[in-house]
Design a protein around this ligand. Structure first.
Ligand code: 4AD
Ligand code: MG
Length: 462
């Protein structure tokens, strides 16, 4: 039984160990591929520390090779010497002195073929992390999340936590999941289901956005951000909607829309740069197998100024277009995904702010412009995706907000929100970045279900 200290594969491949350590390393991992011949066996293993796998070279004379236990999916540990690789894909490989099988996988292990369709892999989301695509997604996802935290904490933001169980439907779109402690099967005609009998004694939802609570926190903490799961019972089955997704929501006291646009562009460029710098292996893989234009995407985000037009200008561009849209564009209508894609994929070819939408198609909390028709907001659209961010300056005027809330039929559940404008109200702004949309943008992956480890979307919980 081998029991020396394990060395992560990443450190070996990146030559981060001393010459002395190289003489005798121990590695643990899962077999990706194995090839056996009379005298020599090649076993490629991955331990999750690096996207690239490590080749074990086993001379069959020196080490017992139980071929039937060394199949794809088996877990093994090996000890040996790090040597420069002669023909392998990597610079280094291991000349194995000892090899143990920890747990053997058989031919039933579903990930035998080199390439599977994403549809197939979704059905085995619990095994997907052992594929190149989902290992790369996991690595980039982790990097992107940590770099978002770093960006905001370095910029003086406080990381705050908004509740998941809430009384409010922030977006007012009626896409909330209701939460109950009661068993609906036990409701009877004489004891019908009632929210009054529930644990909270009232109707409660899973949050669709942490914004309203983040606003309250920003009124004491200045600049805050939340980064947590949000839930939407949107029945549309698209490649960019999930029922459970993660949202990054900064909220800044004293910021107007222009201040926030500057912050947003700096934020997107900065987190993109961190992924570019630290995830080259993964980006190369995504470029080869998923999106050939990916490096160009990074270059565009990093080097170009984002486009910036108003909703009205966007509608003018759409009206002039010769393209036939399924949904006809027009002033007063929302900008549909196909319109967004036309604007960014065919006209601007770079991230694009679209500002000042009509108030009739946006939520109650957005700051009304002086024209009384539009609100001080933006959506940030990205080529290949469409909307990745929605944000606005918030209506800080008590009377205007109260009027809007009444017009939207909002009840006492929102009285606390109005209180934040009653005493010491200040101009403030915030946005929500769909974390998975950003993941799709930076990996080229086309379906949101493939950037979430365990996707939950209309009709399916994988
Ligand atoms: O535009 P949305 O609905 O904005 C808000 O919720 C604001 N309260 C945010 C704020 O100002 N703090 O959602 C923000 C972003 C969208 O731009 C999109 O990227 C993402 O969240 N998003 C979804 N991502 C995946 N699946 C869904 N069903 C999504 N709905 C929104
Ligand atoms: Mg939106």
């Amino acid at each position: 039984m081998i029991n020396a200290k394990r060395t992560p594969i990443e450190r070996i491949l990146k030559s981060q160990i001393s010459d002395k350590e190289k003489e005798n390393v121990e590695v643990w991992g899962w077999i990706r591929t194995s090839r056996f011949s009379k005298n020599i066996s090649f076993i490629s293993i991955n331990d999750g520390s690096s996207f690239e796998s490590l080749q074990l070279v086993v001379e069959n004379n020196n080490v017992k090779v139980e071929e039937n236990k060394l199949l794809t999916g088996s877990s093994v540990r090996a000890r040996g010497k790090v040597v420069a690789s002669s023909g392998g894909a990597q610079a280094y490989e291991i000349l194995v002195k000892e090899l143990d099988v920890i747990s053997a996988a058989d031919e039933q292990f579903p990930l035998q073929k080199k390439r599977h369709t994403q549809e197939f892999l979704r059905e085995i989301s619990h095994l997907r992390p052992r594929t190149n695509t989902h290992l790369a997604v996991g690595i980039v996802r982790s990097k992107l999340a940590s770099t978002i935290h770093k960006y905001f904490t370095d910029a003086g933001f406080r990381y705050v936590h908004a509740p998941i169980l809430t009384k409010s439907d922030c977006e007012g779109a009626g896409e909330t999941f209701r939460v109950t402690s009661q068993d609906p099967a036990k409701s009877t005609a004489s004891a019908p289901f009632s929210w009054k009998n529930d644990l909270f004694g009232q109707e409660v939802y899973l949050t669709v956005s942490g914004q309203l609570e983040a606003e309250a926190l920003a009124m004491g903490l200045g600049k805050v951000y939340t980064f947590g799961p949000t839930f939407r019972a949107d029945p549309s089955e698209t490649t960019r909607h999930a029922s459970e997704f993660w949202m990054v929501e900064p909220e800044m006291a004293f910021y107007d829309l222009e201040d926030m646009k500057v912050l947003t562009s700096d934020f997107i460029k900065s987190i993109t740069n961190a992924v570019w710098k630290d995830c080259q292996d993964e980006i190369k893989f995504f470029t080869q197998y998923i999106e050939p234009e990916l490096p160009k995407r990074f270059k565009t985000i990093l080097e170009e100024n984002f486009g910036d037009i108003t909703y009205t200008e966007a509608q003018e561009i759409l009206a002039k277009s010769t393209k036939t849209f399924e949904i006809k564009p027009g002033i007063g209508n929302d900008i549909a995904t196909e319109h967004e894609r036309y604007l960014v994929d065919e006209v601007f070819k770079k991230p694009l702010f679209v500002t000042d939408y009509p108030k009739t198609i946006k939520p109650f909390y957005m700051k009304q412009n002086d024209d009384n028709k539009t609100v001080a907001c933006f959506d940030l659209l990205a080529p290949g995706i469409g909307e990745i961010i929605g944000g606005s300056q918030r209506e800080e005027r008590y009377d205007v907000l109260e009027r809007e809330m009444k017009a939207h039929g909002m009840d006492d559940a929102y009285a606390w929100y109005l209180d934040t404008r009653r005493w010491g109200s200040v101009p403030h702004s915030g946005f929500g970045l769909g974390f998975e949309r950003m993941m799709m943008y930076l990996t080229g992956i086309k379906n949101i279900k493939d950037v979430l480890a365990f996707p939950r979307a209309s009709r399916r919980v994988w």
